[in-house]
Design a protein around this ligand. Structure first.
Ligand code: FA5
Length: 342
């Protein structure tokens, strides 16, 4: 019996070594260790042996059963591992391949320029103040010292709505009065960025929708010197320390005195070229000392308070900075243009 048992164990091991997958393994288990398996039968045969042979046989058959169970477990683990390895190999990713390029979005050049300008003024202590795009005639014109029928209203071709007295703002200047009324009697130092709308002929330099950035400082004892110093500093930070600035007398109904600010042409260095129309100078903004009427409309006593204001177009500034020849590129939605501004 013992010799048969040794042979059976040998045969079981050989059969287990030949098992290659889980299905065959289950078959092997049934054949040797299952309810009617050969090893199970061998264990049952113990009862039929003469009493004297039972201890030796019993010990041997139990040992055979334990080792075969352990061998079965080891084989099962090996088969599972091999199957996992095969699946990983079949699904292999070559990590050395270059990745597919991602196309992250980026800021529109007008937004970028606007943020750059606001950041420069933030350094000088100006807060950003958001004002409404849909305005009343009173705020866009009247409170800015342009009563109805004032000829200066002709400077801004306006989009009217079907509601009388409600218009799209033609400039960011009405925000001056909103800001003053909010902060009065405290001093004010704000920049007001945002879209403006004018019923104009669209050309290489003019759009019907464009951004402006307004600046406003109000407080006791503010002078034209403060205005000049602020704008010269801005132009140098924006366009380079070597820039020259010129103030040219001008007219705006809401500032007195008023000026237009030119900068020496960044493309030709002031010698004269197509972009500066051979003058050597480029206009960058309008400005002036806040008119006493506007101060009063904002709630300030002009005998005590004074202030300066300016307004510039960030698209025109971006055109100068990046040498862009046509303002229509900004809203044309052409990726070839937009992707140049990383
Ligand atoms: C004004 O709008 C005044 N409110 C500016 C101002 C503010 C003066 C405070 C004094 C004190 P003007 O119409 O010149 O001024 O416009 C100012 C800037 O807006 C221009 O220099 C230009 O950069 C931009 N701009 C004006 N019209 C257009 C347009 N159609 N398309 C693109 N940019 C424009």
């Amino acid at each position: 019996m013992l010799a048969q048992l040794v042979e059976l164990e040998k045969a079981a091991r050989a059969a287990l070594d030949a098992v290659a997958d889980e299905q065959a393994l289950a078959g092997w288990y049934g054949a040797y260790l299952g309810r009617k398996g050969k090893i199970t039968e061998a264990v049952k045969a113990l009862g039929e042996l003469p009493r004297a042979e039972r201890p030796a046989y019993g010990q041997r058959v139990n040992e055979a059963k334990r080792t075969l169970e352990a061998a079965h477990e080891a084989r099962r683990a090996a088969i599972v591992h091999a199957a996992q390895d095969d699946a990983l190999l079949a699904d292999r990713v070559d990590v050395t391949l270059p990745g597919r390029p991602a196309h992250p979005g980026r800021l529109h050049p007008a937004t970028r320029t606007q943020r750059e300008i606001c950041a420069i003024f933030a350094d000088m202590g100006f807060q950003v103040y958001r004002s409404r795009h849909v305005e009343s005639d009173e705020f866009n014109f009247g409170l800015l010292n342009m009563p109805p029928h004032h000829p200066a209203r002709d400077m801004w071709s306006t989009f009217y709505t079907t509601t009388p007295g409600v218009i799209l703002r033609t400039h960011t200047s009405p925000g001056q009065v909103h800001a003053m009324r909010e902060y009065c009697p405290e001093p004010v130092r704000v920049v007001l960025p945002g879209m403006c709308y004018r019923y104009e002929q669209i050309t290489a330099r003019s759009e019907i929708m464009f951004n402006q950035i307004e600046g406003l400082a109000v407080g006791p004892g503010i002078t034209m010197t403060d205005l000049k110093g602020t704008l010269v500093d801005f132009a140098r930070r924006m366009f380079g320390a070597e820039r020259k600035i010129r103030f040219r007398a001008s007219y705006f109904p809401f500032t007195e005195p008023s000026a237009e600010v030119d900068m020496d042409c960044i493309l030709c260095g002031g010698r004269g070229c197509r972009v500066c129309k051979e003058t050597g100078w480029l206009e960058i903004l309008g400005c002036g000392m806040v008119h006493p009427v506007v101060l009063r409309n904002g709630g300030y006593d002009p005998a005590v308070y004074s202030g300066f204001a300016f307004g510039m177009g960030p698209e025109r500034i971006a055109m100068l900075k990046y040498g862009i020849q046509d303002i229509r590129y900004f809203w044309g939605n052409d990726v070839r243009f937009l992707e140049q501004f990383g």
